[in-house]
Design a protein around this ligand. Structure first.
Ligand code: FEO
Ligand code: CA
Ligand code: CA
Ligand code: CA
Length: 610
């Protein structure tokens, strides 16, 4: 009855039980095993040193897998024996990355440089003896690459070469060093990887006095990372680097098959706290990219390319995100705006309604009066304010289901909804003090991804139904679902089921974060089944569902984040027992890692071969 067994596909499983947030364990369904593919600090180049927790250096980190893996993709060659792992490294957790606090200013400065090499992205070759088996990573693989704060990016689109992005170090306004806050992402139909620059504001010190600075959370305070102490470009108070913060907050595109390619920052998709971006090819051949701005009361965006997709022409397709139209979403409900305390759905049976994609840029021109196209793209939040977009409960991943064309939006939570000066509940964001988040389902008009109007409904209002009367699962019996809170990343399997990974459940429903499968069609619509549970304090990222091989991958981000140098709250994934000597390459401290989950009978795999 609605269980995963017998639903088709090879990935049959019995849902696991939620794990109490005080427990440090990584749980998978009965009959499955797990193994890290690669961990923070694992060397990816031949000449990079083995991870040495007590003696980490900036140079070592530049040759090793970065910290806090978020968006992850695994591209497979047809024979399944070779793969390419691409991964974002969103940020660092300084207080658990070393054995002790820095002893002096020199050590503090050295750590700042380690952090600059621990963020960015990684590309790592994978290999295995045959399809269906667990992977090992290839140390010294030809395509292996680290993207750090020193990697050169090229700006594309209307802001490239404009006065808004010129600095003393880049008088032409064409090239930027590094990428920041890389959170979620997407894989394009032409095989490149998109990555969202999310919380970039915290890395810069600015005058903080303009309306634009305030709207983007930029201010005049010492930054957490302190990079402005070493590199003047992170101090944007003076004339030289006033525009440096304008060079971050974009969707970046990298070609993982060319380790020498200069990655792009696409200004046509606007500048905001991009969670990520996901692309679908419309019936007319244009490519459409959906992207959320993950901030309370911020917006959902859509980009439509000017030119069309050409099969097998990667060079052409890599230009598609450089020019096109940009829209922002406005939702209208058709019944009660707020869920009531008894969990009653609106009188018409659904949280639903219609919507409009409000134009910000159309045909190469600004659609916002008083703003040039460059202003719209660099101050996109302010343009969307003027357009009258709907204030959302923190859009994280936004992903079209390639089987149906419907678009799913993870609204992770917004505890300020209806509080103070924040917007009140509406039918698309129907909870006051939305603690557990919800998922919106959008159907474009005539199922045309380029349409300017749509219909929408809520797939679910998350939570633990055992304790929360304001949950909703599209009519699926709440007593039968796995408790779920704070949806963040989304993925689909080959059957078209939605998979949701969470970030924040420990502080809301008291369980560790996890990975969940959700049925979308028929009797199974709204059925939430938990597949994996993360270690203590960790967020579930990735995820990748290769149900054709019965394999699932997650990026375990910030395990043990609430711990300290002296007192760790997680020992994932090495789980070295107290008082024992760690094996080579292991450490008795938490390490963000990309994990593979596979049926127990799939064989031993290649991990540890390196
Ligand atoms: Fe980095 Fe919106 O999560
Ligand atoms: Ca309704
Ligand atoms: Ca996220
Ligand atoms: Ca999140």
């Amino acid at each position: 009855d609605g269980g995963s067994k017998g639903q088709g596909g090879k990935l049959a499983f019995e849902p696991i039980k939620a794990v109490n947030a005080a427990v440090d364990t990584f749980d998978v369904p009965k009959g499955y095993s797990w193994q890290p593919i690669i961990r923070w600090g694992d060397p990816i180049f031949k000449d990079a040193p083995d991870f040495d927790f007590a003696n980490q250096t900036p140079a070592a980190q530049a040759g090793q897998f970065g910290y806090n893996n978020d968006y992850t993709e695994i591209l497979r060659q047809p024979n399944g024996k070779k793969g390419l792992l691409v991964c974002n490294h969103e940020y660092v957790n300084p207080q658990i990355m070393f054995p002790a606090a820095p002893a002096n200013d020199a050590e503090k400065a050295q750590r700042r440089n380690i952090f600059r090499n621990a963020v960015g992205m990684s590309v790592v070759e994978l290999e295995r003896d045959k399809k269906g088996q667990p992977w090992g990573y290839v140390r010294g693989g030809q395509l292996n690459r680290r993207i750090t704060m020193d990697t050169k990016f090229e700006l594309t689109g209307p802001l490239a070469g404009s006065d808004f992005v010129k600095t003393v170090a880049d008088r032409e306004g064409r090239f930027v060093l590094g990428t920041l806050g890389n959170c979620a992402g997407g894989t394009t139909p032409w095989g490149t990887i998109l990555s969202g620059e999310e919380n970039f504001n915290g890395f810069f010190r600015t005058n903080g006095s303009s309306a634009e600075d305030r709207r983007y959370g930029l201010g005049n305070a010492a930054t957490g990372m302190g990079w402005e102490l070493d590199d003047p470009r992170f101090d944007a108070r003076g004339a030289d680097y006033r525009n440096e913060p304008n060079r971050f907050g974009y969707i970046v595109e990298i070609d993982p098959e060319d380790p020498n390619a200069v990655p792009k920052k696409h200004t046509s998709l606007g500048r905001f706290k991009h969670e990520g971006a996901n692309v679908i090819i419309a019936d007319n051949g244009k490519v459409v990219a959906y992207s959320g701005d993950d901030e309370r009361f911020d917006y959902l965006y859509k980009f439509v390319s000017k030119d069309k997709y050409k099969k097998n022409d990667k060079a052409h397709n890599m230009t598609l995100l450089s020019e096109g139209d940009l829209y922002v979403a406005q939702f209208a409900g058709n019944s009660a705006a707020e869920i009531d305390g008894s969990g009653t759905v609106p009188a018409d049976g659904a949280f639903d309604g219609s919507g409009v994609w409000l134009p910000l840029v159309v045909n190469g021109k600004s659609a916002i009066s008083g703003m040039s196209i460059q202003e719209v793209l660099v101050y996109t939040r302010l343009a969307a304010d003027k357009a009258g977009a709907t204030k959302m409960d923190r859009c994280e991943d936004v992903e079209p289901n390639l089987k149906t064309g419907k678009v799913y939006v993870a609204c992770t939570n917004n505890t300020k909804r209806g509080v103070g000066s924040g917007a009140v509940a509406d039918e698309a964001n129907p909870r006051t003090e939305n603690r557990d988040g919800h998922v919106v389902e959008i159907t474009e008009r005539r199922n045309d991804a380029t349409a300017t109007t749509f219909n929408w409904n809520l797939l679910m209002l998350c939570g633990d139904p055992a304790k929360n009367t304001e949950t909703y699962f599209s009519g699926f019996p709440a007593s039968k679902v796995s408790p779920i809170s704070c949806p963040d990343n989304l993925a689909f399997d080959t059957q078209g089921n939605l998979w949701i990974s969470t970030d924040g459940a420990p502080s809301t429903i008291g369980y560790n974060d996890g990975l969940f499968k959700v049925g979308l069609e028929g009797r199974n619509r709204g059925n939430v089944e938990q597949f994996a549970s993360m270690p203590r304090n960790a967020e579930t990222c990735g995820p990748i569902i290769h149900d054709d091989e019965s394999m699932v991958y997650v990026a375990v981000q910030h395990p043990g984040e609430d711990g300290t140098y002296a007192a760790h709250t997680s020992f994932f994934p090495d789980f070295v027992a107290e008082g024992t000597t760690p094996k080579r390459g292991q450490v008795r401290a938490p390490r963000p890692s990309v994990v593979q989950i596979f049926p127990k009978d799939s064989g031993k795999g290649n991990h540890g071969k390196n």
